[in-house]
Design a binder for this molecule. Sequence first.
Ligand SMILES: Nc1ncnc2c1ncn2[C@@H]1O[C@H](COP(=O)(O)OP(=O)(O)OP(=O)(O)O)[C@@H](O)[C@H]1O
Ligand SMILES: [Mg+2]
Length: 384
Amino acid sequence: MRDQVLAVWRAGVFLLAGALTGLVSLFALPFVLVLALVARPVARQLLTVAIEYERRRTAAYTGRPIPEAAEPDTWRHGIWFVTHALTGTVVGLVGAAVPAAAINALLVPLYWWAAPKDDPVAAPYPVTSWTEAAFMPLLAAGYALVSLWITPWLARTQSRFARWLLSPPPGARLAERVAELTASRAAALEAHGAELRRIERDLHDDTQNRIVAVAMHLGIIERVLRRDPAAALPLVLKAQDAASDALVGLRGVVRSIYPPVLAERGLDGAIAGLIARSAVPTTLTVTDLTRAPAAVESAAYFVVAEALTNVAKHSGAEHCEVHLTGRDPVVIEVRDDGHGGADEAGGTGLTGIRRRVAAFDGTTSIDSPTGGPTVLRVELPCGS
Ligand SMILES: Nc1ncnc2c1ncn2[C@@H]1O[C@H](COP(=O)(O)OP(=O)(O)OP(=O)(O)O)[C@@H](O)[C@H]1O
Ligand SMILES: [Mg+2]
């Protein structure tokens, strides 16, 4: 019983607030309609304010937030607004009046006699005698029964109607998700392409040139060997050096594809290695981390590597912290106490991070106000 009374009370408060916004909307309706014809953005702005309030009111009553679409659906919002303007006040007053009538009927026996004879209390019939007043509690019970049913029902109907029109239509969420996935797949392909081009460039410009040098040395050695075998020895040593050089270059390229340290020491170990080499004193905290897929660990590693390089190159920081958390998603936070002002348009490193992370359907946030501090936060879902 207590719960039911509480439910009527909550529904009554919700409906009264709706009556108030309904009344305001009713007065605003003609202006909004005119504005919709002559200054659409202004009308849309007013609509957004009304919708925002309704979202909050409904969410507070039902305890469930109304999901929001990326693109506001003006038509559906408009239909809600007009309906609410035309019905909100009436619905709210009816919903609140029935329980109020029950309470009043209960009180009439206490005060009917105080009313003047020619203007008796009428609730709903004129009460002019104690007999008539004695029936009042019965009437109160009737009103109470009706309000137990009608007030929550009206509140439920009103909040469902709002939820139906203010949430994205059923297909839209799916469409939004498809659009997101299409974008992240494009980003994955783009990142993959960029990675291939980089590897190709590294192999071409660096490793290939060094092997060409080895081949040239061997050619010279061949010729010298025919004439003067003794003179060939220093050239052989040179060729050997060039071959070792090529090998170092090749190792570098291999490492840039998938740092072997990841396989050997795991993500935390690999990052600890990066930190040990960093010029800015850096602390690492790791919580609740297990092995992630190789591609994710590799991306996380390169994100931290670029972030630490930036801290050393640009931040002027005295101290830096790296936090590594989570199984899925893997969350990386790099925070430095430098002068801030990181600007994605300023180079290729930060945009590279964003693109790399987007390829995993992850998120990147860079917070770097002028004067610092700079916080880079990346979430990398593991795809499970
Ligand atoms: N931690 C930081 N603190 C202050 N400024 C930063 C920080 N990180 C980046 N910046 C600023 O943002 C700009 C963009 O960084 P980004 O990494 O994209 O490019 P870059 O480091 O200059 O070049 P590269 O393409 O080699 O990475 C930098 O030029 C620098 O001015
Ligand atoms: Mg950089």
